[in-house]
Design a protein around this ligand. Structure first.
Ligand SMILES: [Zn+2]
Length: 731
């Protein structure tokens, strides 16, 4: 690796490879074969197992377990030497939170224990405590030794963040340090209402950041300013919370993120990968890199460590990642495989990436909508059920936007003002963001006061910084509603109730166009021509919408409109009983507020974001998208028409627009492995306020006709198989 102080490795390595060594590999690692594979796949850096749980070099640290079949070999050193000869960056891989019994017996007080003092274990191994000298002295000694002997460019650490949140460690270090910190004993249960438990959560988060800084101080001291230690992080905020990894704090101090998000998780679509890239770039900056470990093996449920992943799965995951500013990194478990098909997946992806890298870096999102999130919301509001409270509304809302080809960026609730001004966002969306601090509420209030549109759902702003209920919405004045602290769609079993009502429910659109027939005609039938609010575009032939979710009961202020109300539940079975006992109610499902100078505000008391995330009813997605369009003043700079679930992500890159179109048709949910692509198109793309000199398709590899007119430009794309990237050189 050439050393260039202005362009260090973490700025210039766009493609990575990792042969994740097993303990058997020292007797079967084929150096020439892997060197050729590096060349074939155009990687610029490799991640090579060094130490931690298993060492692949002859360490002088007596307690560091050597790979069983290492013998006298220095496999890490040999691979590092090969990589250097190939001109590649070498990142030493650590896996650092467990040790064998030999180590445990030497330092029992460095390891996690339960309330009875029984060690927490993972298989045969003992889990080290992050508050112990294992992290303060032993791991830094490993880092120092690896640097002294091999001078790697940096480190990637796999399981660096210690015991997960679902278990509390009661070792002597934890007992003493927590008492010093909090003046209280360690919590005994996971009670979010207990301030001591919440304090324990924050204390754990802070320790991980301390470890991050401590490791980086060590690597920089011994390896120079560019020798970074980088802990691996998940693409999923809920997973980050379970591991006490504060993404915002990490992003603020990281030069790059090594993303450990290897595959599409069950029930989710590939679109989550591009979204994660955008979410991280919002915090990290769009000028930094996010290489992502991508499994070439059968990761997921079920997992097959040594068999090839369906190539379509690996491809769509990578392609959607490219659309979110993620760089590829192939990952195999073990150095020898009888299923050789897995070696074929990376090459075409990586070569395409190399050929087109100039269009894939240093870009600025051209999205106009921001969807607000925070990790604290997932923790302190999500509590024991972040899946239902946080993830499902998030996925449902964002999938509704993708389906409507409305481009959005995730915006951290602490960064609202900065991101809004940097990207010139015209609307913010708050999908059941229950926990908002007063400062975050102020930033949203200011945004709306300055003309920004807002869509908020469910319990948004009903909880304070600690996740404790407020008397009223923190944003009551902005939303035009007040809390009653009651809701429908629940019984004693809160969780089950959020999933399904025992009876079924609907929503009524006002004004109705068809008379409810519950008695003899009275002659006052509604007028079919009565105009309706534009948020009901597409619903001309119905007065009702199926619901089946949870409704927050609110008291609207004067001057707002409530064009959607609850139809109370009525039986499903037997069919003879399935008629509306109460065809209408005054319970508002949607509250719209338009003030003179402020932006338009939609408060959705019904959880259509969550119900779309769960049940995928197109009606729910259509209303969500209509609401966002209405709050932006119906002005969307990009409009894309045509069939297919296509994840469309536009960027500005100096005087050029780059638009990713990832065809996820048939693969936007579920977890069946990808066996076929379903072509999407033809697509008509219309951009307003832009004129083009030329347009080019990076996948088809050809120029495409572009029509300029007074208002903007139009391009047609006939068909997309897995993805296309449209590059428009603007005037
Ligand atoms: Zn401990």
């Amino acid at each position: 690796m050439n050393v260039d102080k202005a362009r260090p490795w973490f700025k210039v390595c766009y493609r990575w490879g990792q042969t994740n060594l097993t303990e058997l590999d020292p007797i079967r690692y084929d150096r020439d074969w892997w060197r050729q594979h590096w060349r074939n796949t155009r990687v610029q850096g490799v991640i090579v197992n060094a130490g931690g749980i298993v060492a692949y070099y002859p360490s002088a640290l007596e307690l560091q377990h050597r790979a069983i079949h290492l013998g006298d070999r220095d496999l890490f050193g040999e691979i590092a030497e090969d990589a250097r000869e190939e001109g590649l960056a070498v990142v030493a891989r650590m896996d650092s939170n467990r040790a064998d019994e030999r180590f445990y017996l030497e330092h029992p007080d460095w390891f996690t224990v339960d309330q009875e003092g029984i060690p927490y274990r993972a298989g045969d191994l003992f889990i080290a405590c992050i508050f112990s000298p294992y992290y303060d002295t032993f791991l830094p000694a490993v880092l120092e030794e690896v640097i002294e002997r091999y001078q790697p460019e940096g480190f990637a650490d796999n399981s660096w963040s210690g015991l997960q949140r679902d278990r509390i460690c009661y070792c002597v270090n934890c007992r003493r340090k927590f008492r010093d910190h909090a003046g209280a004993d360690l919590p005994t249960t996971h009670d979010w209402d207990d301030p001591v438990y919440r304090n324990w959560i924050q204390w754990n988060y802070a320790r991980r950041i301390e470890v991050w800084d401590h490791n980086n101080a060590t690597t920089r001291r011994h390896g120079g300013e560019h020798c970074l230690w980088v802990g691996m992080n998940a693409g999923d905020i809920l997973a980050q919370g379970k591991h006490f990894r504060d993404y915002k704090a990490i992003a603020e101090r990281a030069e790059l993120i090594f993303l450990d998000s290897q595959y599409r998780h069950p029930g989710m679509g590939f679109q989550r990968n591009g979204e994660a890239g955008a979410q991280l770039h919002d915090m990290l900056g769009w000028d930094k890199l996010i290489p992502e470990s991508m499994a070439m093996y059968g990761a997921g449920q079920p997992s097959f460590r040594v068999a090839s992943k369906s190539p379509g799965d690996a491809r769509l995951w990578a392609l959607d990642g490219f659309s979110g500013g993620i760089q590829p990194w192939w990952h195999h478990i073990g150095a020898y495989h009888e299923d050789r098909r897995q070696y074929r997946t990376a090459e075409p992806l990586f070569r395409w990436h190399e050929q087109n890298e100039q269009y894939l870096l240093d870009r600025k999102p051209a999205a106009t909508v921001g969807v607000v999130w925070s990790q604290e919301n997932a923790d302190f509001y999500g509590r024991h059920d972040p899946e239902t409270r946080v993830r499902m509304p998030w996925n449902g809302m964002n999938d509704a936007l993708i389906r409507a080809r409305i481009s959005y960026v995730p915006v951290h609730a602490d960064n609202i003002a900065a991101t809004v001004s940097r990207l010139e966002l015209t609307a913010l969306v708050l999908p059941n963001v229950g926990r908002l601090t007063d400062t975050q509420c102020d930033a949203i209030r200011e945004f709306v006061r300055n003309g920004g549109g807002l869509v908020a759902t469910g319990e948004t702003s009903l909880y304070d910084a600690d996740g404790l209920p407020r008397r009223d919405f923190g944003l009551a004045d902005v939303l035009g509603v007040h809390a009653t602290r009651t809701h429908h769609g629940a019984d004693n079993d809160e969780r089950a109730a959020w999933d399904q009502w025992s009876q079924h429910t609907y929503l009524r659109i006002a004004p109705e166009r068809r008379r409810w027939v519950y008695g003899p005609a009275t002659g006052d039938e509604p007028d079919d021509d009565t105009p309706r609010h534009p948020v009901f575009d597409g619903f001309e032939e119905t007065d009702i919408i199926p619901f089946g979710g949870r409704i927050e009961v609110v008291r609207p202020e004067e001057g707002v409109t409530t064009p959607l109300t609850l139809i109370p539940p009525f039986p499903i079975y037997p069919p003879e009983t399935s008629w509306m006992r109460h065809p209408s109610s005054n319970v508002p499902g949607l509250v719209l507020r338009e003030a003179d100078s402020s932006g338009r505000v939609a408060y959705l008391a019904v959880d259509l974001d969550r119900t779309f995330g769960r049940g995928r009813l197109p009606d729910h997605a259509t209303i969500l998208a209509n609401l966002v369009r209405w709050t932006t003043g119906t002005h969307q700079p990009m409009q894309i028409d045509g069939p297919g679930f296509v994840h469309c992500t536009p960027y500005w890159q100096q005087h050029r627009m780059v638009i990713h179109l990832v065809n996820l048709t048939g693969h936007e949910t579920g977890h069946a492995p990808v066996a076929d692509y379903f072509p999407a198109g033809p697509l008509s793309i219309r951009l307003t306020g832009v004129a083009a000199r030329s347009a080019r398709l990076l996948v088809a590899g050809q120029e495409v006709p572009v029509k300029n007119d007074d208002g903007g430009l139009s391009v047609e794309i006939l068909q997309i198989m897995d993805h296309e990237v449209l590059v428009i050189e603007t005037m």
